[in-house]
Design a binder for this molecule. Structure first.
Ligand code: PEP
Ligand code: MN
Length: 337
């Protein structure tokens, strides 16, 4: 059950509502977002909803029957636009381009990439410092000190950072150096991590699990949102199917479906989605035409020397061409609509 509270409320009235919900046997979590203030209540007991709806201080009460409510269009009809500051926004009305290496490797690499992004008018840099790797013997990232350097270099140029967080304890440690926390495919259902990110309030880019359904992705978004953080980007990055010709199967069907079901921005990752450098471009363009609000892709000055995912990483030259074509495709789509 979600209780929408009135705007100006005395502590006394708030406590009355809280007490009544507890008396019914529900747990209460208070949440404030741009859209207002509400209580997210968890419990199983049947009761007459008017018992809550008629209390002073209550604007409306919603029973939650589906796995997602706050992330759905039933809750909010208008598209959510996430403001990252300094004029950088993610959501309807613009195409967000995020690019950078799979892994942050060195200061030199960050500097060259930042220069490249600035020259191409890309305002959001990706790059992992904590890397989830299938093998424990693979490169696992340069860690928190690397993140501090990455953040310092990007801030000097007004570039925003999206980087992966893998554990609950890292949220506080990384907080000051991150603009968007990325939740990787392997952590898409790490519910403790999602709870923590919900409490922290920073934007989150939530990737779909390798075998995650659309409903499960939205349920994961609901974890973040129900803890008070509505700044969530949903990311399609390919799912695992029986097909072995490419790394993953980029499920672009998910884009219009997510856009129909949710008000949250939808981002596509064609790099992990197909996993083959030579085919990233057509999938990036297809992502734009499918209605995505943004694209995140892997880019490196020397892809063949990248510490991870080089086979799906574009060179600077290749990436420049893809950015130009994606923007042209986006403008064409706007003209057609
Ligand atoms: C990444 O972005 O480098 C990454 C590991 O992504 P995913 O979680 O989608 O595999
Ligand atoms: Mn990668």
């Amino acid at each position: 059950m979600i209780i929408q509270l009135r705007d100006a409320l005395s502590e006394n009235i708030l406590e009355q509502v809280h007490a009544e919900v507890r008396a019914i046997g529900y747990q209460v979590n208070e949440v404030s977002t741009n859209g207002g203030r509400y209580f997210v209540c968890v419990g199983k007991k049947e009761f007459d909803i008017r018992r809550i709806g008629n209390l002073p201080g209550v604007k409306d009460v919603h029973r939650v029957t589906d796995v997602n409510k706050l992330a759905s269009r039933q809750w909010k009809v208008k598209d959510t636009v996430i403001d990252l500051g300094d004029g950088v926004q993610v959501g309807r009305g613009s195409l967000a381009v995020m690019a950078g290496p799979c892994s942050i490797e060195s200061e030199e690499q960050v500097e060259r990439t930042v220069e490249f992004l600035v020259a191409n008018d890309v305002r959001i840099m990706r790059g992992g410092v904590f890397k989830p790797r299938s093998s424990p013997y693979s490169f696992r990232g340069i860690g928190i000190e690397g993140l501090k350097m990455f953040s310092r270099r990007c801030r000097e140029h007004g570039i925003k950072i999206v980087t992966e967080v893998m554990q609950v304890a890292q949220v506080a440690e990384m907080y000051d150096y991150v603009d968007v926390f990325q939740v990787g495919a392997r952590n898409s259902q790490n519910f403790n991590l999602l709870d923590e990110l919900g409490k922290c309030g920073k934007p989150v880019l939530l990737k779909r699990g390798m075998s995650g359904t659309i409903e499960e992705l939205l349920a994961s978004a609901e974890y973040v949102f129900s803890n008070g953080n509505e700044k969530i980007m949903l990311c399609e990055r390919g799912i695992r199917t029986y097909e072995r010709e490419y790394r993953n199967t980029l499920d672009l069907n998910a884009v219009p479906i997510l856009r129909e079901k949710s008000h949250l921005p939808v981002i596509v990752d064609p790099s992990h989605g197909i996993g083959l450098r030579e085919h990233v471009e057509p999938m990036a363009l297809a992502a734009v035409m499918s209605g995505a609000d943004g694209v995140i892709m892997e880019v490196h000055q020397f892809p063949e020397k990248a510490f991870s995912d080089g086979q799906q990483t574009l060179s600077f030259d290749e990436a420049s061409g893809v950015f130009r074509k994606m923007r042209a495709a986006y403008n064409l789509l706007q003209q057609m609509n």
